[in-house]
Design a protein around this ligand. Sequence first.
Ligand code: NAD
Length: 504
Amino acid sequence: MSSNLKDPVPHYINGEFVSSESGETFANISPYSNEVLNQVSQGMKEDINAAVLAAKTAFKKGEWGTLKLNERMKYINKIADLIDRDIEVVAQLESLDTGLPIAQTKKMVGRAADNFRFYAEMVKNRMSGEAYHVDDEFINYTMQKPVGVAGLITPWNAPFMLETWKVAPALATGNTVVLKPAEWSPLTAHKLSEIIHEAGLPQGVFNIVHGFGEEAGAALVAHSDVQLISFTGETKTGSEIMRNGADSLKRYSMELGGKSPIIVFEDCEFDRALDACVWGIFSFNGERCTANSRLFVQESISERFITALKERVQNIIVGDPSHAETEVGPLIHRDHYENVKRYLAIASEEGCEVYSGQVPEHLSNGNFVAPTLLLNVKNDMKVAQEEIFGPVLTVMTFKTEEEVIELANDVPYGLAGYVWTSDMKRGHRVAGAVEAGMLWVNSQNVRDLRIPFGGSKASGIGREGGHYAFEFYTEMKVVHVAVGDHHIQQFGKKNKAASARTKA
Ligand code: NAD
């Protein structure tokens, strides 16, 4: 890390690295050892006010929103280049801070650079308006203008990727930004501020305030000079944010929790379905919004599939996240670990068989939860309905397509879904019937950046990604231009006599 881990991680406000006005800090804890890694500046309302003022001034008085497109995109591409240059450092920091295995954080950091390059291209090629000739009298045309100060609030589960996923389109479309990263994973957000500082963006265009959701996050949401909030996190936090922001009327993008089904039919390619199912729940330590956390496997192959799952669970490498071979690392924080453990206890109380892999004994200081299968689950159990957000797969069986669609949809969430079958007619049918924003058929979770991302039901509001992000990060403006002499009413011109009579 170029900055010293012992220093309190500073905010980045108006082009400077600064402490909190209060001088307060909080401890950032290692998921691997539960020792203090470093201190972090604890942002409060006054720090948010300073950051929003900087962003507002940069938007209203600075050149960012009106720069020639090529000039603005040079900055965006520069950020991507610097991320690529520092990929190893960022990946290591991310792994240290979150407990995510290094092999997985490396891939995610590469994706973060892509986010910037993608939006540099996208804004140039796809941010276009429409024009209408209205008879011979008017031309009406639309344009997309930046909205103003964008408030971005992000979670800890893939922090760098998710931060850049919002920062890239917000900046590329000409907004200025205040980012409030998750308090449990501040290190790579800080690294992003160093990278953006080095890229030389004008003062105040990009700002970060670290701190807790209830303090810094809430102040950002309630601020009347923040025109939009892009939020990724838990569903209940999303509701609270919309309540807290109501008085200052703003637009929201909500990327929320999930409890996504994977439906495995008897005619699937067995080994590929198994690989995808295991990866989909146990990668990123199971802390993944689109994780396939509810397996529905057709009864005729369920015994074979569950036996194969048990074997995989025993063999998954649980270990130090900095080791290249580690497949599952420790959960982000002790509180989250306790929460996942609480669900395992609930599963036993609800009558499930809890079948777990191994955590090596020497890892007992970390927040390690063994990869776990919950067997004999019924869809109305708590463990099948609530997001556990750890390496825990609930396993259920089904007989018919009709039955499994009903079961898959009987859940509050609607983020993602996965279908495995060799019958493509059925694949399309089921993909169409499952209530979720994103479906994958015979595929693991791979996503092209041009495609929209987002969920339905309790999993979110709106779509980000591709050109869909423009709807959120820009204001659509319409200009009506008269090109002929259309009729204009002449109130008060012709009827002087009538007017005099009325007044009398
Ligand atoms: P969280 O809701 O606890 O926190 C997310 C962010 O919100 C943090 O920065 C936090 O400080 C902030 N926050 C908390 N309370 C706030 C408040 N009152 N006002 C403003 N900000 C506040 O979520 P988490 O535990 O960090 O992340 C895990 C959750 O995120 C899971 O539910 C997961 O499914 C979800 N998630 C969703 C997606 C998606 O795209 N749908 C992607 C990743 C994660």
